[in-house]
Design a protein around this ligand. Structure first.
Ligand code: C5P
Length: 422
């Protein structure tokens, strides 16, 4: 039962949230087999609160139907350039769009877009819009590596400023090889669309380091001392920072979560490994966020072989030694002028204890929460936090998803960065 509940909570349900909520997305679908994945993309974007207008090319309708998309978006799928919706449908779509995403983008579509062709609804919409554009190439790997396709992509990226998402490497359509050429997965494309929707921010181009997850401290080769951290809060922060244009490194202890899109992940196991990784990356960081639940202690002498019960008897004492305080010990490595965020999970006197840690470890912003409150702390999707600043301010936020907490934290970080710049 406990196991089942845990498995269920590992998958984050999609609910309306920034930056998708209330935004208009034109999703162009062109004629490739990856079009089946775009149905999921349309659904995910809709569940995140976007209004999704799907535009299918004639070739796309050989693979998926407009009806399929209507079922998941609740909006009529569009296809005809000349229709009863009015001759200026493409102008309306282009003007109203907050972002245009074309997924899958076939070689033929990329060629037409690169040449500014206006021979179907999606290409005319592209000419009519000034919104950011994301294209997700999907084709056979031999086609993708052809110099003409590469030249078209370079033009879209460099001259027109389109974001090119992927392609990924992995199995292509049956018998076609192993890529690169595979369309990115819907959950990755959702993030690329989110990044385009976020637009320029004070984090653009900045280096952000996030520590996340638990650490595991070996008792013997099969057992460890650890904690119940899932990594969710840190992963949400890393993903949100990438959407805001940052270059993000995630130093993560063991977590079942997938690496956030666009984020570089350094996987570690123990507090000492995390300490070493943090020392390597912190000197370059403009922003550092210590969201990891580092094990405070580790067994002083881990056994090389599995300890047998027959040897231990009815009781077994394990001596523990203190682990390094990663955030505190690396203070002098921080880049000058960088912003440093800490977390504190307490079970009483939350604000007072958190403020003490904030001062001791030199944080500029502290995210404090009460582990004894329902909906806060480990293994849940939500958190109720209080944000402490260096001026003595304490802002209690309502219960919200960890994604929303991440946005609130990064809003404050951006505020500090802007203040420093004057
Ligand atoms: O565990 P504690 O409540 O002291 O954590 C406060 C902050 O210090 C958190 O941001 C946590 O990530 C960080 N920390 C750390 N290394 C430790 C313990 C905590 O970086 N060994």
């Amino acid at each position: 039962m406990q196991g089942a509940r845990r498995a269920e909570t590992m998958k984050t349900p999609l609910t309306a949230r920034r930056p998708w909520r209330g935004r208009r997305v034109v999703l162009g679908v062109t004629g490739g087999i990856a079009a089946y994945k775009s149905v999921q993309l349309a659904r995910d974007l809709t569940r995140l609160g976007a209004e999704v207008d799907v535009v299918l090319t004639r070739a796309a309708r050989e693979f998926v139907t407009g009806l399929t998309f209507e079922g998941v978006t609740g909006r009529r799928a569009l296809s005809d350039l000349f229709s009863t919706d009015g001759a200026a449908l493409h102008i309306k779509l282009g003007i109203e769009a907050d972002v245009v995403c074309v997924a899958p983008a076939t070689a033929d579509f990329l060629a037409r877009a690169a040449h500014g062709r206006a021979d179907d609804l999606i290409c005319t919409t592209l000419l009519a819009t000034r919104a950011p554009v994301v294209v997700a190439p999907a084709m056979n790997d031999r086609m993708f590596s052809h110099p003409q396709v590469q030249a078209n992509l370079a033009h879209l990226r460099e001259v027109l400023g389109y974001a090119v998402a992927g392609p990924g490497v992995g199995p292509l359509a049956v018998g076609e090889g192993e890529g690169p050429g595979r369309m990115l997965e819907p959950e990755e494309l959702v993030e690329h669309v989110g990044r385009a929707l976020t637009g320029p921010t004070s984090l653009a181009g900045r280096r952000v380091v996030v520590t996340a997850g638990p650490t595991r401290e070996a008792i013997d080769p099969v057992r460890y001392v650890g904690n119940r951290s899932s990594g969710r809060m840190g992963y949400a922060l890393a993903q949100a920072a990438w959407r805001r244009g940052a270059r993000v490194t995630l130093v993560s202890g063991p977590s079942a979560l997938p690496t956030p899109t666009g984020v570089g992940r350094i996987s570690v196991e123990t507090a000492e490994d995390m300490h070493a990784a943090a020392r390597d990356v912190l000197p370059e960081a403009d922003v550092s966020v210590f969201a990891a639940a580092v094990a405070d202690f580790r067994p002083s002498a881990p056994h090389d072989e599995k300890v047998k019960r027959s040897r231990t008897g009815p009781t077994w004492g394990i001596e523990l030694v203190a682990n390094p305080d990663i955030a505190g010990d690396t203070r002098d490595l921080r880049k000058e002028g960088s912003v440093c965020v800490g977390f504190a999970l307490e079970t009483g006197d939350v604000v007072a204890n958190a403020r003490e840690k904030m001062e001791a470890k030199g944080f500029h912003l502290m995210v404090a929460n009460d582990a004894s409150e329902p909906g806060a702390g480990f293994e849940v999707e939500t958190n109720r936090v209080t944000l402490l600043d260096t001026r003595g301010g304490a802002e209690a936020l309502p219960l919200m998803s960890k994604h929303d907490v991440a946005e609130a934290v990064l809003d404050r970080v951006e505020g500090i960065l802007r203040e420093r710049e004057g």
